[in-house]
Design a protein around this ligand. Structure first.
Ligand code: MCA
Ligand code: AMP
Length: 495
């Protein structure tokens, strides 16, 4: 039995989830996920790694579906709930999903695709729960594939990162231990649930520990402080942009409300930041507001979390910390030779936490590991007094905005399909709130192109968080002697 499910059976009466103003116990979650597993199994005894995509809002149903897929032996493929159709279709087709599940609010966007492609389409609100007979569920080896999450890299289209149950267990267990999770914890989840941060660090750590996860349907600073003020939440995790937004909101409040919030936050057990570099200014401001020194950690879709500031020792501003238990790390130079002490190098990772493969991409999988099995992160760091400090990425084509990893190449490819665009180049430019924002330089072949129209056009094709926030129309792109666009020069255009 999966560890997370086994632990749930040990805490049946504990409160597992609060969503939509309702409270659910671990027993509710066990029943509901068993019921859902039975529904998707139909006449089978094991889904045998069938891919099942699901577009469900954060909350009890999301977790029931995720656990149901796992318990039936399927591979869970969570879809981003704000994706436009082309991005959803890409994930569904790339994984070869045979079953697609939609919350009622997403049925309309997926229905035409279901009719065209003929996959089994389940709309949650139409399921007749009373008619489902609980089936015996398969016994799963932990080496089985559990989940596929999409991440952007230096290739144009996002790749599916396949993790096994053993990978997920390793990723969750090390965090539960290092950050001292317990059944008394109560975390607020406001993160999207198609990425590791929300799925692993928030939900799975809490549920493996017998703790409570409370969901807000989407992020708003006011909403978050509103839930905090009830006085039950004691753990919070977010990307730096969210802390930035919380700080801005707090600063806009009258004195007495500021004090109340500070008083509430000071009682928290743990507050974590990650997914992108935490600016020292944000860390310091948050400390004056909350009294907490944020625990910054470093992770990646392919590895879960790898490096973390300590729970009960010094948390250093500007550093991502030290390797987590069970995670091996090293820094190497461009010849893959381990660097001397104090020198910068690419972070490479080994351990049970490291993913299995990129879905259907054996070459990409092979390229991302060294011959002796180290995963190449592409992040460059240095170690100072035992603490890792990130210096940057080895690829300028990877942008981090609002905690999301974005490929400049993917955006360029889409822009080039616009009839009025002759050529373009995309870069990330530094931004206090978002970390980086996406900026595009374009050469037009139709000078009448309205940028607002272009913006609407691109938002129908890719998620809003990937779309350019600044455009510059140029006559030509800066290139080196080999004809390659020099993106560092291009970045200067936007300053
Ligand atoms: C939205 N807006 C932006 C961006 N996104 N502007 C600039 N850059 C952006 N990236 C604008 C919108 O156009 C809109 O403005 C306004 O902000 C509000 O948009 P909305 O979508 O409602 O934003 P939000 O709900 O406030 O979202 C901000 C957010 C969200 C909560 C920070 O981006 C988020 O949830 N990020 C977390 C991503 C995450 O979980 N990453 C983890 C990946 P207008 O109305 O004018 O158009 S996993 C990972 O990285 C590894 C494993 C790890 O280490 O964790
Ligand atoms: P993703 O592929 O979305 O999982 O993003 C992983 C990337 O996020 C890493 O390769 C890093 O570049 C970046 N990242 C995650 N945590 C941190 C952090 N604490 N500081 C700097 N970069 C980070």
């Amino acid at each position: 039995m999966l560890k997370i499910v086994k632990n749930a059976t040990a805490n049946p009466e504990n409160q597992a989830i609060i969503s939509d103003n309702q409270s659910y116990t671990y027993q509710d979650l066990l029943n509901s996920s068993h019921q859902f597993a039975s529904l998707i199994l139909e006449n089978l005894v094991d889904l045998n790694e069938t891919r099942i995509a699901f577009m469900v809002s954060p909350g009890f149903d999301y977790v029931s579906v995720q656990w149901g897929i796992w318990r039936a032996g399927g591979i869970a493929v969570p879809l981003c709930i704000s994706y436009p159709l082309p991005s959803l279709q890409y994930v569904i087709e790339d994984t070869g999903a045979e079953i697609v599940i939609a919350g009622a609010e997403y049925a309309e966007i997926l229905q035409p695709l279901a009719a065209e492609k003929g996959f089994r389409f389940i709309i949650l609100s139409e399921v007749d729960k009373a008619a489902i007979q609980q089936k015996k569920l398969p016994n799963l080896q932990s080496s089985r594939k559990a989940m596929i999450l999409y991440t952007s890299g230096t290739t144009n289209l996002p790749k599916g990162v396949v993790t096994t149950h053993a990978n997920i267990e390793a990723q969750v267990s090390t965090l539960v231990k290092s950050w001292q999770w317990s059944a008394k914890d109560h975390i607020l989840c406001i993160l999207p649930l198609h990425h590791v941060h929300g799925i692993i660090n928030v939900i799975s750590c809490a549920l493996l520990s017998g703790a409570t996860v409370e969901f807000l349907p989407s992020f708003s600073a006011q909403g978050v402080f509103g839930v905090f003020q009830k006085g039950e939440i004691n753990v919070f995790m977010a990307v730096p942009t969210i802390y930035f937004k919380l700080i801005s909101h707090w600063e806009s409040l009258p004195d007495d409300q500021q004090k109340q919030i500070t008083n509430t936050l000071s009682k928290f057990r743990l507050m974590v930041s990650g997914s992108a570099a935490l600016p020292v200014s944000v860390m310091e401001k948050w400390k004056t507001i909350s009294t907490h020194t944020l625990l910054e950690r470093y992770g990646m879709t392919e590895i879960g979390m790898g490096i973390s500031n300590p729970y009960d020792a010094e948390r250093k501003a500007g550093y991502i910390g030290r390797p987590l238990a069970g995670v091996k790390t090293r820094l190497v130079d461009e010849n893959n030779v381990v660097v001397k002490r104090g020198q910068a190098g690419e972070i490479q990772i080994k351990g049970k936490n490291v993913f299995l493969e990129y879905w259907n991409k054996p070459e990409a999988t092979q390229k991302t590991f060294t011959i002796d099995g180290w995963f190449k992160t592409g992040d460059v760091a240095v170690v100072e007094k035992g603490y890792y400090r990130i210096l940057g990425r080895d690829s300028i084509d990877i942008i981090k905005s609002g905690g999301y990893k974005i490929s400049a190449l993917e955006i360029e490819e889409i822009l080039r399909t616009h009839v009025a665009i002759e050529d373009c180049s995309v870069v990330g430019i530094p931004n206090e709130e978002w970390g980086e924002i996406v900026a595009a330089a374009i050469i037009l072949n139709d000078q009448n192109l309205d940028l607002k129209v272009l913006n609407t056009w691109i938002r129908e094709k890719m998620p809003a968080y990937k779309t350019p926030r600044q455009y510059k129309i140029v006559e030509e792109l800066p290139r080196n002697a080999m004809g390659k666009v020099t993106k560092n020069d291009l970045k200067k255009l936007f300053n």
